[in-house]
Design a protein around this ligand. Structure first.
Ligand code: TRP
Ligand code: ZN
Length: 903
């Protein structure tokens, strides 16, 4: 047995590069079975650096030749060891201040299953260089603060690989002199960039072309490349790109800087997409869509990911990260930007609700678990493990808090200043905050703690209204307990950042008549609006509001103004009042969620059986929401009637120091759904009927909301008793899952059917597969609805599907659809008391870590919360984790995750 102890890298050890690279001239020749990469680097001593040996990174490269200023290097002048190539001066003397270094290496893209570096996918060769994939293509100082101008010549067989693409502009192309069946193309990127933004594609792809005229009147050629035959599925991505380009001009004054912008879609891809300069590479999941193949959710995800990658052109590419600890500098900010784009183009409230839900399901547990880390971690073993919900989503919340604290206008000025100061540079999170601070004239010194602290803060609120003085007094107390991260710091003898955080608390006071009270703080002469943003900086702070005419119901953290857990004792009646009247749509939803959580936690404590624990008031409140469903925005009504997720309920239990009981959680949640279905049956029926589609499918806001609510009603109706189900609901589910017009409705019905223990379930699933087996992304949905089924036997079913010809362990989308859905979105079966879910996960992780460590490591994160369960489950989880850890040559990625889990 060999257990690798991953080497830890520390932020505090950062030093500037000793050598800079001004230009890179690459020549990539793709042959049958291998590729040859020739690289010519113009190296220059960094005046800010320490000097000495030039150390280049390189992984899985077979070095063929190395020369300096045209002369082959004597063996004494270089060494290849530990994934580096070191170049020394003559006779152990110094290297010249500037020189040309040329290397020739061979790589094997066909056997590259990690999908990092250059790899083979079915229609050709694709690259993925973030974070450290470029070193798997050629020897290079592979760090983001080394920025170079790239030229890339690609050469390959013309017939099989008609498209040869790289960053920037194609400046020349032709037929190979020595072999007329081969062709080449040369690309030049005018902008210096770090190596992680390099991209290369050599493939057979179809292209959708368009153009965009920027506000300064330049015409940008746009192209979306997809696998042959899929041109009818890229219109939406192209439209999204143009929308994003316009939006960034209007909202942030940012214009496209290249003449040519390409998106290439590939079906084997570790993540969502990659912002390579001028040549984004996308997972097909975020490009391809047609009404019959993609859901409303898919359409919106495409909008967001296309926008995200496009926005990176400024926040990430023009201004990039000094080192990988600064990852959130580009990711948090770019997620914030894509969120705002989503809010401006769809419903702001629905967008916000969905983001907060994702934060609670994905980020809060991370912050409470063994991999907890701040938005800017102080150390890592494997950087790929830090593309996390914390860096992305909490990072976006941190940027949003700055926006809320300083206001929209000052934020825009801060962005302008950031680009003015740092265009073309590789910078740190401090640089970003400093630009915001300087533009706004607000002191953000204390705010910086958000970048250094892990964990979800708790905000305790106490409010009291005094009839005699007509004053409302609000006391806010914040706390943040140490997490596993602070423990890791302490173990390494590193300092822990302490003290209260600085955050905005947006609030309103809702009066008994449902209106918002005008808010005047003690000491002010006049009220200033009905929503106030309080700036909380101390551990405890008291705010006094004057002239409040009646006992108000406080609406705190409007629009979720800070990523914290709120402890605020409000009665059921108060929450119902907010549900009905809060002018802040997010908090109307939130009040409903808090009420539902309270009801469910009481039910869980009672074992979750039956429905005696369900208060009639709660049912009535849901009934009122449903009644307003057709007049209010249907999308918001649908969100309001989604009960808190099982994972959120689990975290609520863990937060109270209780042992998570996944069975009771599941039971209580299903029983509450059944109860609502029975009690509100007529109303679900009425809304379902009223929302029948009357126009052809379009993924626009109004239709999306109507479909969401209608399918929500159908889902509840399917919770009816057996007789009603068979007579009144099943026929509808079968008809809807069998139609081939829009995938949103089909998959809603199929996912519901997948929970029903009826022969019709199997027939419907089989028919769906038979129709869609040629469409990979639709097959993923088929895997997913089965992996997330409630039915007993789901673990066995997932194992069975892993043997199905549709499944492929080498394809991340397949693993995500089947295995990650099971582990992350089916908590009750993943945490099965007999350990079968954990054993399944461990089996997959062990096999996959040798193939694709990044994806295996993401799966391993499913074990994060294992210590919050009972002793029997903990025993099974520990056995599974031990089994993974004992794996021979365990990938560093997985070793870090499992090591932390077992600490
Ligand atoms: N930077 C990319 C994005 O947000 C994501 C990314 C990072 C990635 N590392 C990757 C994508 C590895 C694919 C593979 O937007
Ligand atoms: Zn990103």
């Amino acid at each position: 047995m060999r257990t690798e102890t991953p080497n830890t890298i520390y932020l505090k050890d950062y030093t500037p590069p000793t050598w800079l690279v001004d230009t890179v001239d690459l020549h990539v020749a793709i042959h049958q079975g291998h590729a040859e990469v020739r690289a010519r680097l113009a190296c220059r001593r960094n005046p800010q650096g320490a000097g000495g040996t030039l150390v280049l990174n390189g992984e899985a490269l077979a070095l063929q030749a190395v020369s300096l200023d045209g002369d082959a290097l004597a063996p004494a002048r270089y060494t290849v060891a530990d994934d580096t190539l070191s170049i020394m001066g003559e006779d152990a003397g110094p290297l010249p201040d500037a020189f040309l270094l040329e290397t020739v290496v061979r790589i094997e893209p066909d056997s590259n299953t990690q999908l990092s570096g250059l790899y083979r996918s079915k229609d050709g060769y694709f690259s993925q260089c973030e974070a450290q994939g470029f070193r798997r293509i050629t020897f290079f100082p592979d760090r983001p603060d080394v920025m170079a101008r790239f030229t890339c010549t690609i050469e390959a067989e013309r017939e099989r690989f008609p498209q040869l693409l790289s960053n920037g502009n194609r400046v020349a192309s032709g037929t190979c002199e020595h072999d007329a069946s081969r062709h080449w193309a040369r690309w030049e990127d005018p902008f210096p960039k770090p190596a992680y933004l390099f991209a290369l594609v050599a493939a057979s792809l179809d292209m959708l072309e368009d153009e965009f005229v920027t506000r300064s009147g330049r015409t940008v050629r746009l192209a979306v490349y997809v696998e042959p035959g899929k041109l009818d599925q890229c219109g939406h991505a192209m439209a999204a790109l143009k929308k994003a380009m316009r939006w960034d001009e209007e909202r942030f004054g940012l214009e496209m800087d290249l003449d040519h912008y390409m998106i290439a879609a590939v079906s084997d891809f570790n993540m969502g997409a990659m912002e390579n300069k001028g040549l984004n590479i996308f997972n097909t999941k975020y490009v391809l869509a047609r009404p019959d193949t993609a859901t409303d959710g898919d359409y919106q995800a495409i909008d967001r990911v296309v926008a995200h990658e496009y926005f990176h052109n400024w926040t990430g590419n023009r201004v990039t990260c000094r080192d990988w600890f600064q990852l959130s500098l580009k990711e948090g900010l770019t997620v914030f930007r894509d969120q705002e784009f989503g809010a401006d183009t769809h419903s702001r409230a629905v967008t916000r609700i969905q983001e907060v839900r994702a934060l609670r399901v994905g980020q809060f547990p991370e912050d409470a678990g063994p991999m907890a880390h701040p938005v800017r971690p102080a150390s890592y073993a494997e950087i790929n493990n830090f593309y996390t919900a914390t860096v992305y989503n909490k990072g976006a919340e941190v940027v949003r808090m700055i926006h809320t604290l300083i206001g929209r206008e000052a934020f825009r000025q801060g962005m302008d200043l950031y680009f003015q100061r740092h265009d073309g540079q590789a910078v740190t999170c401090e640089d970003f905050v400093a630009a915001m601070q300087d533009a706004a004239g607000v002191d953000l010194t204390q705010f910086r703690r958000w970048y250094a602290r892990a964990g979800t803060p708790r905000l305790k609120a106490e409010g009291a209204w005094d009839a005699a003085s007509r004053r409302y007094t609000l006391t806010l107390t914040q706390s943040l307990a140490a997490t596993a991260y602070e423990q890791r710091l302490a173990d390494a003898g590193m300092p822990i950042v302490e003290g209260p955080l600085h955050f905005p608390v947006a609030l309103g006071l809702v009066l008994p008549d449902g209106t918002d009270a005008p808010l005047r703080l003690a000491g002010e002469t006049a009220p200033q609006g009905t929503t106030r943003v309080l700036s909380l900086t101390a551990a405890t702070q008291t705010f006094v509001f004057e002239d409040i005419p009646a006992a108000p119901v406080a609406s705190l953290l409007r629009d979720f103004s800070a990523p914290v857990q709120l402890d605020f004792e409000q009665t059921d009646a108060e929450l119902a009042h907010l549900m009905a009247h809060d002018t802040d749509a997010f908090n109307r939803w939130e009040a409903g969620q808090r009420l539902a959580t309270r009801v469910l936690l009481a039910g869980i404590a009672a074992g979750g059986e039956g429905d005696a624990w369900i208060p009639a008031d709660f049912v009535a409140a849901c009934g009122r929401v449903l009644d307003a469903g057709l007049t209010d925005a249907p999308a918001l009504t649908a969100e309001a009637l989604v009960l808190p997720a099982e994972q959120v309920l689990a975290e609520a239990m863990a937060g109270r120091g209780e042992i998570i009981d996944p069975e009771a959680i599941h039971r209580a949640r299903v029983n509450l759904r059944r109860h609502l279905a029975t009690q509100l049956r007529e109303r679900f029926e009425a809304v379902w009927t009223a929302l029948a589609p009357s126009e052809p499918y379009a993924p626009d806001g109004a239709q999306v909301g109507r479909r969401a609510l209608r399918n929500l009603c159908l889902g509840y109706l399917a919770e009816s008793d057996d007789a009603t189900l068979r007579a009144a609901v099943l026929p509808r589910l079968l008809a809807q899952s069998g139609q081939r017009g829009n995938m949103t409705d089909v998959i809603a019905a199929l996912a519901t059917l997948a929970n029903l223990d009826l022969p019709e379930r199997e027939t419907a699933l089989a028919a769906f597969h038979a129709h869609w087996q040629g469409e990979a992304l639709v097959v993923d949905k088929w895997l997913q609805v089965q992996a997330t089924s409630r039915l007993p036997g789901t673990v066995a079913r997932v194992r069975e599907l892993m043997q199905h010809p549709a499944f492929d362990l080498k394809n991340p989308n397949k693993v995500y659809a089947l295995v990650r859905s099971f582990c992350a979105a089916n908590p009750r079966h993943f945490h099965a008391a007999d350990g079968s879910g954990y054993a399944l996960a461990a089996d997959v992780i062990i096999e996959l870590q040798a193939i694709n460590p990044q994806v295996a490591s993401r799966l391993a994160r499913s074990f994060d919360r294992w210590r919050q369960f009972d002793a029997v489950r903990q025993g099974h989880a520990r056995a599974a984790l031990d089994r993974i850890r004992a794996c021979e040559n365990l990938a560093k990625d997985v070793a870090e995750v499992v090591g932390n889990a077992l600490k």
